[in-house]
Design a binder for this molecule. Structure first.
Ligand SMILES: [Zn+2]
Length: 232
């Protein structure tokens, strides 16, 4: 009896995870997005690999339950952006956050993320000693979203690596253009933006990408990127 009770939820969970993986299969027809990032949906979304040469997902749980789907063209741009950075600075490490459900729609607690054109990226980090570090996302800090940084970009022993962040955005922008889409908007805390623009790569970003500083939640532990994708 105990085995049955333990076994049933496991079967349901494994079945659900399998269904989510099937929804993101590469053999599916091309992705289609509808509506806006606030009111919209997504059909045949794709997801980034769990991890790659210089990146990984923020949470196994978030990944398996399907919170990291996006429009296929956005996925291709994000992958290409990471590959471009890896060629220039192979030591940089990145963690991506939430994007959309495979079917789009409301992704609590985000206000946008409804049609596969919004992607969250956690800030790249270093320790105060200068070692490359990664966002310690877990169920105890809302999968990383409740970690906060001061106006200098510090949180305990961790420091935002603004140079790595600027290079990521610059290469993501190039990759998006190569895919025939654009970065429509970047949301990142207004107190932290000057540090980003003070880096060599970041200086070119302020005129090139539209930055928004104020949003309904503070964007200090992650930067939110909206892509301009033609949606029906
Ligand atoms: Zn977001």
């Amino acid at each position: 009896m105990r085995l049955v009770l333990l076994g049933l939820p496991t079967v349901v969970l494994v079945g659900y995870f399998g269904w989510i993986a099937w929804l993101g299969r590469e053999s599916a027809p091309p992705s289609r997005c509808h509506g806006t990032a606030v009111h919209g949906d997504l059909v045949h979304g794709r997801r980034l690999p769990y991890s790659g040469e210089n990146f990984r997902t923020y949470s196994l749980l978030g990944y398996l339950t399907g919170r990291t789907f996006m429009h296929g063209t956005v996925r291709d741009a994000v992958l290409s952006g990471y590959a471009r950075v890896a060629r220039r600075r192979p030591e940089f490490r990145y963690v991506y956050g939430e994007s959309s459900w495979p079917w789009g729609g409301s992704l609590w607690p985000h206000r946008t993320h409804a049609n596969g054109t919004s992607v969250d990226f956690f800030v790249p980090l270093r320790t105060r000693a200068g070692e490359v570090a990664e966002m310690p996302a877990s169920v105890f800090n809302q999968l990383g979203y409740s970690i906060s940084f001061d106006n200098a970009g510090r949180s305990g022993d961790l420091q935002i690596d603004f140079e790595a962040m600027a290079m990521h955005l610059a290469e993501l922008d190039r990759a998006a253009r190569e895919q025939g889409i654009r970065i429509r908007r970047v949301i990142f805390d207004s107190h932290l933006q000057p540090h980003l623009f003070a880096t060599g790569e970041g200086a070119k970003l302020s005129g090139r990408l539209p930055f928004l500083g104020k949003a309904w939640v503070r964007h200090d532990q992650h930067y939110h990127v909206d892509f301009a994708v033609p949606c029906g």
